[in-house]
Design a protein around this ligand. Structure first.
Ligand SMILES: [Zn+2]
Length: 282
C-alpha cells in the first residue's frame, strides 16, 4: 500500500487487548504505541503473552506497529542525570520495539538547555546516542526515527535543514531515519499550505538527508499559524494546514510506502474521522 493510515493507540490493559481493539475501531492500517509512561522514566518489561499476541495479530492484519519513546528524553540536556535517564529510556524503547516486531522507534530531537550552544549539545548527542545506534546489530532491530519539534525554546532540530547537522553528528548511521510531524514542521516555519509548499519542504528534506530516510509521518493539522513555534495538534482539515496539503503529501515520491499516524484530538470518534479522511485523500 502506498500510504497505510493509522493512529496512536492507547495500550493500558494490554498491547493486543486494548491497543489492537482500538486500532480495529479506527480501521487503522498502522499503529503507534508507547511501551512506557511517556511522562516518566520507568522501563517496564513487557507481558510476553500480550507481546506475542500483538506481533501475531499485526502480522495477520498486515498492520505495521511503531513505538514512540518517552517525551522526557533529551540528549542535548546540560543535566547529566537527564542524559543518563535518556540513554536508559531510549535503549528500553528500542529493545521493546524489537520484542513486539516494531520497525521503528520515534524519539524527539531535544534541545540545548542551560544556555549551551547547539554545537556542544550536538557533540553530546553524538557521544550518547551514537552508541545506541551501534547496538542495533540484529536484522530485526528497529530504525531510530528522529522527530523534529515545532521550534520552541532552544530546539536542536525544527527546520528541514536542521536534520543535516543532526545526521552528521550521528555519522548518518544506517539505522537512522526521520519521522516527519506535519504540525511541527508547519509550526517551525515550513508553509505546507502554500502553493508547492509540501513539495518544497519534502524536496528540501531529501536534499538534506538523502533518499529513503523518511520512514514515518505524524499526520496532524495545526491549531496555530505557520511559524508560530507552537505544538498544538488539530484534526485533519480543521487547522491552518487544511486538507489539500495532505493529499499532496501522499502523492510526493518521498512518501511512497511511508505510513501516516494521526495524533489528533477528539477521542475515538475524532480519530476514526481523521483516519477515514486521510484514506479518502490518499
Ligand atoms: Zn508527533
Amino acid at each position: 500500500m502506498r500510504n497505510p493510515v493509522g493512529g496512536h493507540v492507547p495500550v493500558a490493559g494490554g498491547l493486543a487487548t486494548t491497543g489492537l481493539a482500538y486500532a480495529r475501531e479506527l480501521e487503522a492500517e498502522a499503529v503507534q504505541v508507547f511501551v512506557a509512561n511517556p511522562r516518566g522514566w520507568a522501563t517496564p518489561g513487557g507481558n510476553p503473552a500480550q507481546d506475542e499476541k500483538f506481533r501475531a495479530e499485526c502480522a495477520d492484519d498486515g498492520l505495521s506497529a511503531w513505538v514512540h519513546a518517552p517525551y522526557l528524553i533529551n540528549f542535548g540536556s546540560h543535566t547529566e542525570a537527564t542524559v543518563e535517564q535518556s540513554v536508559i529510556s531510549l535503549r528500553h524503547s528500542l529493545r521493546r520495539a524489537r520484542q513486539i516486531g516494531a520497525p521503528g522507534v520515534v524519539v524527539h530531537t531535544g534541545s540545548a538547555t542551560g544556555g549551551r550552544s547547539r554545537e556542544v549539545a550536538l557533540a553530546q548527542v553524538r557521544e550518547r546516542m551514537l552508541p545506541l545506534l551501534d547496538e542495533l546489530t540484529h536484522e530485526d532491530d528497529p530504525y531510530l526515527l528522529l522527530e523534529s519539534t515545532a521550534g520552541q525554546g532552544s530546539s536542536l532540530c525544527y527546520l528541514a535543514s536542521d536534520f543535516g547537522p543532526y545526521f552528521e553528528a550521528l555519522d548518518a548511521h544506517p539505522r537512522l531515519g526521520i519521522c516527519l510531524d506535519t504540525c511541527h514542521i508547519f509550526a517551525a516555519g515550513h508553509d505546507l499550505a502554500a502553493p508547492q509548499g509540501v513539495a518544497r519542504t519534502l524536496d528540501e528534506l531529501v536534499a538534506t538527508v538523502g533518499e529513503g530516510r523518511l520512514k514515518l509521518i505524524h499526520a496532524n493539522d495545526s491549531k496555530d499559524v505557520v511559524g508560530a513555534h507552537k505544538d498544538r495538534h488539530a484534526n485533519i482539515g480543521a487547522g491552518h494546514i487544511g486538507e489539500e496539503p495532505f493529499r499532496e503529501l501522499m502523492a510526493h515520491p518521498a512518501t511512497d510506502g511511508v505510513p501516516l499516524i494521526i495524533e489528533t484530538p477528539g477521542g475515538k470518534e475524532g480519530h476514526a474521522a481523521d483516519v477515514a479522511l486521510l484514506k479518502k485523500l490518499r
